[in-house]
Design a protein around this ligand. Sequence first.
Ligand code: 6PG
Length: 259
Amino acid sequence: MEKIVGGRLPTPAINILPTVEDFEIASARAVGRLIKAAVGERSRCLVALSGGNTPRGIYRRLGDLLTSQSVDLSRVHLIFGDERMVPPDDPDSNYGMVRHELISRVVIPPSNVHRMKGEMNPEAAALEYEQELKKLFLSFADRCDVMLLGVGEDGHTASLFPGSPILREQQRIVRSEFVTDLGKWRVTLTLPVINRSRAVMFLEAGEQKAAIISNILAAAQPNEELPASLVHPDPGSLTWMLDSKAASLLPSPLGTRVS
Ligand code: 6PG
């Protein structure tokens, strides 16, 4: 967690794009640049992918971009920020969405894609994934190079929900939780993993997210009722990619409007 200097959290880089299409194109390009830079500098890149719907168009564009630019994906490993506890072919599966939108568009060794097993018992799946990540952190990369995140309208990110005890987890890197408001189990990376990342990028679009994004970015202190406000990589970078609708409630000087 970045030091709170002068009583306020540092302001992240905020890029505001006019339309959803511009947002998807700019986000895909930004992620592609991060991947290529990591492969160029360290001959490897560990990417944690967000679930949900917002990233779909970004992943499609990213897949086409990585292919068109012949990025060597044998040096890239993909992990997941969280998963709904459903089988991979279930419409709700984050892995299923990434397989359709991204993995199907690129050439990447299957062993480089690390799926949270939504079909398993949640705690068993969390323990198994934690072991798999620990091996990856020892053998491939000591932290995520790129951490992609979304934000729910309640301020959750990954599957870290408001008021959850998992928000205070400092030892485990993967946890399972029954999310009462959803009535469903989730498996999620924990904040220590997220905040160790070299580059964290929130990807959000749409008017329905404007209020929560404004609240999160206005938060002077980390707030467990706004889990996304607890994401402050240190020494990594924090960037918000937004479309103009999602940014519509931000005070004008905040953020760089990219035309
Ligand atoms: C999930 C995600 C979650 C998501 C937000 C936003 O499994 O749902 O990991 O954190 O990013 O809920 O979802 P949308 O992009 O669908 O609004």
